[in-house]
Design a protein around this ligand. Sequence first.
Ligand code: PLP
Ligand code: COI
Length: 341
Amino acid sequence: MTKKDLDWGNIGFKYRQTDKRFVANFKDGKWDEGSLVDDPTVTLNESAGMLQYCQQVFEGMKAYTWEDGSVVCFRPDMNAERMYNSAQRIEMPSVPKELFLKAIDEVVKANIDWVPPYGSGASLYIRPYEFATGIVIGVAPADEYQFRVFTTPVGPYYKGGATPIAIQVSDFDRAAPRGTGAVKAGLNYAMSLHSSVIAHSNGYAENLYLDPATRTYVEETGGSNVIFVDKDGNLVVPKSDSILPSITRRSIVYIAEHYLNLKVDERPVRYDEIKNFQECALCGTAAVISPVGRIVNHDEVIELPSGMEKAGEVVSKLYDTITGIQSGKIEAPEGWIRKIC
Ligand code: PLP
Ligand code: COI
């Protein structure tokens, strides 16, 4: 094992080609066992369901190095389950959980030199995804699919890491009621690119989406769920059928209740309540827990009392606890950690 010569503390969040990726194919009604390959390119027929009707789902997860040198993954069974459900919604054959977990183990072991060292603040981002390789021309599900997993070492998703960010309320909507917002399909991200480019050009790190039906409730951002802390120090977590069931958010709720003895209120949250809250943060695999200091909706500016200098007290505690669990410094609840090697 020879770790790659990277400046691990400053690698940013970008794609770096690593050594191996896992590939399995679905053909004649069944998945093959899959294997590791060197080639990062994918060749598709011009009329593949992926290219024509965007039949694709994906996941995002991370592997971490612990102080004793072991490499672990955080709740991969939850990603396996979510991708299983996403595939069902897009009429794709789901990848069985055993195949999903085998692929994660193999691809992480095969790219062990790319797993950032303990204490670097970086981790190995793992991107499992499935897409239609079969040919379609009328609008219909394809009959052949590919499941792939690649890895890339990453640092913080938002510049500045734990420094609070400013976000804007999007004028566009993310996911319709009874639409695909609750599944992790590429199509949800394609439609977010336009508002994401606008947010970045306006100087904001992300878009906050409101519920499309009434535009009065908070949904989530383009790449993370949102959490709030009220004036009494309780965690307030937006609930909606059209947001992605974030594994980080569900873990935070557990940590708040069982590790920090906080009261958690999971319910629809009105946008006009935000001005009464004390703290806000975005949460997700890539985002980890990123404090939000300011939310802007055209000429309305909400400054969270926790400010733009540093994370508020509760968000800091949640951040320290979840990253402590992920890095092995704090004991994890049963079943949260999968030791890969
Ligand atoms: N919401 C969206 C739209 C996302 O893309 C992500 C990222 O995966 C999340 C929420 C956070 O989910 P998780 O915590 O499972 O990574
Ligand atoms: C993740 O957090 O894993 C995601 O898929 C979000 C994406 C914005 C990178």
